[in-house]
Ligand binder design. Structure first.
Ligand code: FAD
Ligand code: DLZ
Ligand code: SF4
Length: 513
C-alpha cells in the first residue's frame, strides 16, 4: 500500500481499450511526476473466450501504445501477461503497482463495461490511495446528456437522438437544415450485391517484431480459443489505423452507402470501413473520422448517401447504443422478453451446418474476427432469435468472436436490436426475417442445400418456417405491434394445413439442433 508521506504522485491506469493519448486519465496527469500502469491480465483475456485475433489486437496495440507513451516522456509501468508475478486481474495489478512506489491516488478513465466499473468501485475500499474514476470523454454524448435526452421520453428511438447529434456536431448541416434536405438516406443504403462489383480490399498492415512476439504468446496461451490467429493484418498503432482509414475513404467509401446492407458471398468486408475495432480501442477518434468523411462529401469525392450513412453509424448508432447501455444498468444483460432458453447451437463455433448463409458468416467470423452489420443482424442474430436461443448465450458469443466487441456497444446491439430481448426498448419491432430477405441481399442461397423458395417440407429453407413459427409462438407478445400487423394478417390467411406444416417443420428442425 502507498506510504503515509504525501508525494502528490498519481498512478494512472490505462486499460487495453483506452489507447488514446488524450484519454481523460492521461489528460489529467503530469508526465514529469505521475506513472502510467498498463497490465496484460488473464482475467481480461478470458472473461469470455475471445477470438485469438481480438486478443492479439488488444495486446499488440497496448504494447505499441506503451512504447509511444514512453517516447513521449511518460514513465510506464507495463506488466506483461507472462510476467511470473502477474496476478491475473486488473484490480490486483493495481494493488501490486501501488506497493511498488509511493502514490497518493489512482486515476482511471471509466471502463467500458459495468463488470470492471464495479470491480474498481469495490477496489476503492482496499486502497490507501484515493481513487478517481474520470468520465470517458471520447464520445460525442456524455452520460448526463444522454440521460437528459432520454428523460421523459416514452420511446428512445435512434432517429431522434441522431438528429440531435447532427445539430450538436454540425456534421452535414446547412445552417439548421440537414445537407440535401433529408436527415436520413437509409432507403438509399440497400442495394443488393451486383455480380460485377469491383471491391477494393481493406489495407493490410504487416506485423512488426512487437506484434510478432504477441502472436507467439497468443498462439501458445490461447490455442484452444475460437478463431484463426493468422494471417494477422489489423493495424495496431494510431498511424497504421489512420492509413487504413484513409484507404477506406479513398477507395471504398463512395460505394459504402449503396451497398451497406449487401452480403456478397466471399466478400467479407464489402465496402465497409472495418474501423470499429480501431475506434473502440481508441486508435481512431470518432469525430475526426466523421469530419474526414464530411470533407470527402463536401469536396465532391463521395455521394451524400455514403457520407450520411457512415456518419449516422458513428454519431447515431454508436453513441446511441452506448447511451442505452449505461442508462439500463448491469441488469440489462439478463433481459429475456420471449423467455428463450435454447443453448447456442454448436455450428456457431464449428460452421458445420447445411445452411449456407450461417456457414459463410461463421466461417468468415472464424477467419477474420469480423462480420458486417447485416451479417450479424440478419443472419446469425436473426437465426438465434427465430430458434429461441437464450439471449445471454447469444450475447456471450458476439462478445467473444468479434475484434470490435466490448460490452457497452455489443450488448445493446445483440440483446436489444438483434434478439428483441428488451421487449422493444431499442427496436420498434423484432429484426425477424425469412429466407427471402437473405436471398435478396446476398448470394448465399445459390449454393445452399435448402431451397429458399420452398416454404415447408424437407428441402425448405429453415428461415422460412422458423419465421412464421416464431411469430405464431409469440403472438401474445407481438400481435399488438402495429409494424407486425401485416405479417399476422398474412399468417391468418394461411390455410390450416400450411400452418400445421410450419409448426411441424419448425418443431422437427429445432428438435434436431
Ligand atoms: P461500418 O459498417 O463501416 O460502420 C462504421 C462504424 O459505425 C462502425 O465501425 C461502428 O463504429 C459504427 N456502427 C455501425 N453500426 C453500429 C451499431 N449498430 N452500433 C454501434 N456502432 C455502429 N459494433 C461494435 O463496434 N462492437 C460490437 O461488439 C458490435 N456487436 C454487434 C452485434 C450485433 C448483433 C449487431 C447487429 C451489431 C453489432 N455491432 C457492433 C454494430 C456493427 O455491426 C459493427 O459496428 C460493424 O459491423 C463494424 O464493422 P465496420 O467497422 O466495418 O463498420
Ligand atoms: C479486451 C481486453 C483484453 C483481451 N485484454 C486486456 C488486458 O490484458 N488488459 C487490459 O487492460 N485490457 C484488456 N482488454 C480490454 C478490457 O477488457 C476493457 O477495458 C474492458 O472490457 C472495458 O471495456
Ligand atoms: Fe440461408 Fe435459407 Fe438461403 Fe440456405 S436457403 S442460404 S438457409 S436463407
Amino acid at each position: 500500500m502507498s506510504g503515509t508521506r504525501s508525494t502528490g504522485r498519481r498512478l494512472v491506469l490505462v486499460l487495453g481499450d483506452q489507447l488514446s493519448p488524450d484519454v481523460a486519465a492521461l489528460a489529467a496527469a503530469d508526465p514529469s511526476r505521475d506513472v502510467v500502469l498498463m497490465a496484460e491480465v488473464r482475467d481480461e483475456t478470458t472473461y469470455v473466450r475471445h477470438h485469438k485475433k481480438k486478443i492479439a489486437l488488444v495486446l499488440a496495440a497496448m504494447r505499441h501504445f506503451a512504447n509511444e507513451l514512453a517516447d513521449a516522456g511518460w514513465t510506464v509501468d507495463y506488466v506483461k501477461l507472462d510476467d511470473p508475478e502477474n496476478t491475473g486481474s486488473l484490480a490486483d495489478e493495481v494493488v501490486r503497482a501501488l506497493d511498488r512506489h509511493d502514490y497518493d491516488s489512482l486515476v482511471v478513465t471509466e471502463p467500458g463495461e459495468w463488470r470492471l466499473r464495479q470491480a474498481f468501485e469495490s477496489l476503492a475500499d482496499r486502497l490507501d490511495a484515493s481513487l478517481e474514476i474520470l468520465e470517458d470523454d471520447r464520445f460525442v454524448c456524455s452520460h448526463a446528456d444522454f440521460e437528459r435526452w432520454a428523460d421523459g421520453r416514452t420511446a428512445l428511438r435512434m432517429e431522434n437522438f441522431y438528429r440531435e447529434m447532427r445539430r450538436r456536431t454540425g456534421l452535414l448541416m446547412e445552417g439548421d437544415e440537414p445537407a440535401g434536405g433529408r436527415w436520413n438516406y437509409d432507403s438509399e443504403n440497400r442495394k443488393p450485391p451486383a455480380p460485377d462489383l469491383d471491391i477494393p480490399p481493406p489495407r493490410r498492415a504487416r506485423p512488426d517484431d512487437v506484434t510478432r512476439e504477441v502472436l507467439g504468446l497468443v498462439a501458445e496461451r490461447f490455442d484452444d480459443h475460437f478463431g484463426d490467429l493468422e494471417p494477422f493484418w489489423f493495424a495496431v498503432t494510431r498511424l497504421k489505423a489512420e492509413q487504413a482509414f484513409t484507404r477506406f475513404v479513398d477507395e471504398r467509401l463512395a460505394a459504402f452507402g449503396d451497398y451497406q446492407d449487401a452480403m456478397p458471398a466471399d466478400e467479407a468486408f464489402v465496402f465497409h470501413g472495418v474501423v470499429g475495432l480501431h475506434l473502440n480501442l481508441g486508435l481512431l477518434d470518432p469525430l475526426a473520422v466523421c469530419r474526414r468523411v464530411e470533407a470527402a462529401y463536401r469536396d465532391g469525392d463521395v455521394p451524400l448517401n455514403a457520407a450520411e450513412g457512415f456518419i449516422r453509424q458513428i454519431i447515431g448508432w454508436r453513441e446511441y447504443v452506448r447511451g442505452i447501455y449505461w442508462l439500463q444498468g448491469p441488469d440489462y444483460a439478463n433481459e429475456n422478453f420471449f423467455g428463450h432458453i435454447r443453448e447456442l447451437p454448436d455450428f456457431y463455433w464449428s460452421a458445420d451446418t447445411d445452411m449456407a448463409c450461417i456457414r459463410a458468416c461463421v466461417s468468415q467470423t472464424r477467419e477474420e474476427a469480423y462480420a458486417h452489420h447485416i451479417q450479424r443482424l440478419m443472419v446469425t442474430g436473426n437465426f438465434a432469435m427465430l430458434a429461441g436461443v437464450r439471449p445471454a448465450a447469444v450475447h456471450e458469443w458476439y462478445l467473444a468472436v468479434y475484434a470490435d466487441a466490448y460490452e457497452w456497444v455489443e450488448l445493446p446491439n445483440t440483446l436489444g436490436m438483434s434478439q428483441f430481448a428488451d421487449g422493444g426498448l431499442l427496436a420498434s419491432k423484432p429484426y425477424a426475417a425469412s429466407g427471402n430477405y437473405i436471398n435478396k441481399m446476398s448470394d448465399y442461397c445459390g449454393s445452399c442445400r435448402y431451397a429458399v423458395t420452398r416454404k415447408t417440407g424437407e428441402d425448405a429453407c429453415p428461415f422460412n418456417y422458423l419465421y412464421w413459427d416464431f411469430l405464431d409462438r409469440h403472438r401474445d407478445k407481438l400481435e399488438d405491434n402495429h409494424r407486425l400487423g401485416r405479417a399476422y394478417a398474412t399468417w391468418d390467411r394461411f390455410d390450416d394445413d400450411r400452418r400445421a406444416a410450419v409448426r411441424t417443420d419448425a418443431g422437427a428442425f429445432l428438435a434436431g439442433l
